[in-house]
Ligand binder design. Structure first.
Ligand SMILES: [Zn+2]
Length: 222
């Protein structure tokens, strides 16, 4: 793990920064794909979280959630709008249309459903961060914001990597996985307005340049 900001650790992954998992104090944020269980469990063994929270209930974020929560005996929290996806068998896979882009997610990455112990809403506090509802990429997508040192965990509102080439850079999330792109752009504008000192993404390395985020968002269509 590497520390990106006070108490905010990014777990290692292969390839690096492709599918991110964060340990924020005693809260595990996201849990990669179903195949990520060993990498997650190994890295948090010395500092086991007491809660597991999601940015959103997509296969590359909730894949190992059931395994981690069951093995550690910890509760799962996610955005209110993503509770049905997280709890209903087959619901995560059903969120994305059957295309070649979504094939791997639907068949190899998605994790089993798991009961949500707490449905998070705007303004809730998680590990010293404030919950921001940022829908669009999923109905209940959340970002986590710590104003004191301007650290943002942005989930997939934007990515900082080209998911096909691995090259670093800001992008909108793939349309095949984004049911409401317009709403997601509104969420992206809201996050950029915060001018975060550090932005931690679901995919891609952290960004320490609020101007770059603002410029990218300003160039997006309505
Ligand atoms: Zn993702």
């Amino acid at each position: 793990m590497r520390e990106l900001a006070d108490g905010v650790h990014q777990l290692r992954g292969l390839p690096p920064n492709a599918i991110n998992v964060y340990l924020v104090r005693d809260v595990l944020i996201d849990a990669a794909t179903r195949r990520g269980e060993r990498r997650v469990m190994r890295q948090i063994a010395d500092s086991p979280p007491r809660v597991h929270a999601l940015t959103h209930a997509h296969a590359d974020h909730q894949g190992s959630s059931h395994a981690v929560c069951t093995r550690l005996g910890i509760p799962l929290w996610c955005g209110q709008g993503d509770v049905p996806a997280m709890e209903t068998p087959g619901a995560v896979a059903a969120l994305t249309p059957p295309t070649w882009q979504t094939f791997v997610q639907r068949h190899f990455w998605v994790g089993p459903p798991h009961p949500v112990a707490r449905a998070l809403v705007e303004g809730d506090e998680v590990a010293g961060f404030t919950v921001l509802e940022t829908p669009g990429h999923s109905a209940g997508h959340l970002a986590y914001w710590r104003e004191s040192d301007r650290v943002l965990i942005a989930g997939d509102v934007l990515t900082n990597i080209n998911l096909y080439t691995g090259v670093t850079g800001l992008h909108e999330p793939l349309l095949a996985f984004t049911p409401d792109p317009k709403r997601n752009r509104a969420s992206a504008r809201r996050l950029a307005q915060l001018r975060p000192r550090v932005t931690c993404f679901g995919h891609g390395p952290p960004l320490r340049d609020p101007g770059k985020l603002a410029d990218f968002v300003a160039a997006l269509p309505d």
